[in-house]
Design a protein around this ligand. Sequence first.
Ligand code: 5AD
Ligand code: SF4
Length: 451
Amino acid sequence: MLDSSPAMKRVFLETYGCQMNVADSETMAGVLEKAGLTLTDRPEEADAVVLNTCAIREHAEQRVLGRLGEFARLKQRNPRLVVGVAGCMAQHLRKRLLDSRSRVLDLVVGPDGYRRLPELLQRAAREPVAEIRLDRDETYGDLEPKREPGVRAWITAQRGCDKFCSFCVVPYTRGRERSLPLEDLIRQVEGAVASGYSEVVFLGQTVNSYHDRTHDFADLLRAADRVAGLKRIRFTSPHPSDMSDRVIAAIAECPRVCPQVHLPLQSASDRILESMRRPYSFAEFTEVVRRLRSAIPEVALSTDVIVGFPGEGEPEFQATASALREIRFDSAFLFKYSARPDTRAWKWEETVSEDEKGRRLAELIELQHGISGEIHDAWLGREVEALVEGPARRDPGQLFGRTAQFKAIVFADDGTPAGALKRLRVVGATPVTLFGEPIATRAPGARVTIR
Ligand code: 5AD
Ligand code: SF4
């Protein structure tokens, strides 16, 4: 039979949202190239454009809808352009795909449909296609991602989430939690090292609940730590309730696992935590912080906080502000609550106005800015080791790197190649960036006499 569909050759792929989506796009890029398609960074030259989308807050969805408007105009000029949406908005957009008369979208594909992307794109050139089934077993463990160049390789260790926090859409958009086999992950780490990456970051919605039926997350960290040639290991995001002693010991004992943990608090009011369905009290959270700090010297902690959740009055909000002052996180991602369809909290009445959410957010941003600044100032004069990433964005005469604590550090370009570790002394600090100077190393053979 003759295939009458137009040739599908070039695909433009754009990513929104979290690192998990970045890693998923790398999986999609690998699948597309293996099928003989090429990726282009110019949508106007593409046969298909695919947006990998995020649904975590309404603002993220608005950005994607704006971008789809631009592609609608492109499609008017080139009616054969296939417009696809992948990722977490697929469920919501399916209705639009099927309903809309002046159709822009040709394909919606959910997070478990990427294996068949080339075939779905070909079909979408002829008829609208929706592939949004969630698959309890899909891990893409056998697929070869096409990684973005850089010093850091993102490796998905676990997909989906079983926690069902009442505000969060992820369990609905990404489905049930499943872990990749440890052997597959270590093979990916070895592959990343062979391709020249210095650092790996294990990804999962609650990555420390990783379990492949034989190994837990501590086993994964210890196995990765033994991979020759790998310089650094990180992971994101762990869940406070899954921070077992075994995991803490692995972080503490593995020299390549960086002393940096992102620990989402969300709120410090026990009443709000309960209605958020977070399975810990504030006291239990601080106990996790205490165990981390006592086991891992110099550990940097960051967090996520939501303000304006239904029922959050001034006292509950102030409890969260005090918690930031008490715990002193190195940094915090602070969000205004955004009601999401499908979630438990979606139907709850919003009790905090947009203006009030804005005020609370601004208060926390200012508070955290001060704390981050003080923590950075305390690094002045100290020695750190930076993994060099390349020229600094603002000043190409400077190099940019990250300390073990994941702090951005900038120093004069002395020819250190990307991917190398460099010892620096901290000579300047702002709340977001450290400034370093190379530490003078003794000439080979020079003797130091100590009297
Ligand atoms: N509204 C605001 N923030 C949210 N997050 C998740 N869902 C929502 C929502 N509906 C935040 C949480 C989570 C981070 C990734 O995004 O703080 O830890
Ligand atoms: Fe969402 Fe909660 Fe799962 Fe995190 S743990 S992805 S906030 S449901």
